[in-house]
Design a protein around this ligand. Structure first.
Ligand SMILES: [Zn+2]
Length: 294
């Protein structure tokens, strides 16, 4: 069993185009496994290609992130403090992609694909005007449902991205699927909902992912320490969301899976549980949710 698992590290993104194998090699050498979620077809495909180069410990997820349903310029630095020059990977342009069930199903044939993700709802960058907003939300929900259907068809868990949309996600999950009794299983990656919402999602049997965001004070978001204190350790997953959200201890601009250890340390501190125990339980959670073998 590995010591830690970064359940959400985008080593398949451009930020790692020159050294993905080195970065993953470093993680593996430090007994840390990695799951790389896709954000659109091209990054999903790259996640599978990279994972297939490794014998074990490196896995992929495939899916369309809600921001890739629109054409938009995205500046990821809004979620981290900018130190110095902007690297090219810190901004990117999205194309409006439509979900192609067969194409994603084909990608998911790889033994390395352990989830559908990351998929979900993101109402942070909404268009102005009621009609446009309704259409934008409807498109996200419809695409999410299609991707959940694929997950159920393939008996895979779902890596959920949810930003400023927790009530709608909860309603979608509970009205469309008889949770927690259906075969649906998944994780709310980078959990930013409040405590009341966490209680409701916990009752649905979902897991909760935490990353370097827990070190940052974001006034608009609930205090992650309160959520982490409340949640049972057996529902918590560790992640980095590399290349974003680098923990300040790492003192670099680009996050990578190895730094998931800082998240483990912080959770150990918040919950007052020994680091070894946090590592053991969260690793077991990831093995269980994603059906990983070692
Ligand atoms: Zn992500």
């Amino acid at each position: 069993m590995p010591f830690l698992i970064d359940t959400h590290g985008h080593v398949n993104f451009n930020a790692f185009r020159n050294d993905a194998d080195d970065v993953l090699g470093r993680a593996l050498k430090n007994d840390t496994w990695v799951i790389m979620p896709g954000s659109q077809y091209s990054t999903s495909q790259r996640a599978v290609e990279i994972a297939e180069r490794f014998k074990n410990g490196v896995f992929a997820a495939v899916g369309i992130h809600p921001i890739h349903l629109e054409h938009r310029e995205v500046d990821v630095m809004e979620v981290q403090s900018a130190k110095g020059e902007k690297e090219s990977w810190m901004t990117f342009e999205t194309r409006a992609e439509e979900f192609d069930h067969e194409a994603y199903k084909d990608l998911a044939k790889s033994k390395k694909v352990v989830a559908i993700g990351e998929v979900g709802l993101d109402y942070y960058y909404e268009p102005k005007g009621k009609a446009k907003r309704e259409e934008f939300r409807a498109r996200q929900k419809e695409t999410l449902e299609k991707q959940i259907s694929l997950a159920l068809e393939l008996n895979l868990p779902v890596i959920l991205h949810c930003r400023a949309a927790h009530p709608d996600l909860f309603n979608l999950l509970t009205t469309r699927y008889p949770l927690p009794t259906s075969d649906f299983r998944g994780v709310l990656h980078c959990y930013t909902g409040n405590l009341e919402q966490a209680k409701k999602f916990l009752d649905l049997g979902l897991y909760f992912g935490f990353n370097g965001l827990i070190f940052k004070k974001v006034p608009a978001l609930p205090d992650p320490r309160e959520i982490i204190s409340f949640l049972p350790l057996d529902r918590i997953l560790l992640e980095t969301d590399s290349p974003y959200l680098v923990p300040s201890q790492a003192a670099v601009e680009r996050n990578e899976p190895l730094f998931v250890k800082y998240v483990a340390q912080e959770i150990s501190r918040i919950k007052n549980i020994p680091l070894e125990k946090v590592a053991e339980i969260t690793t077991q959670n990831a093995l269980t949710l994603f059906h990983l073998s070692f």
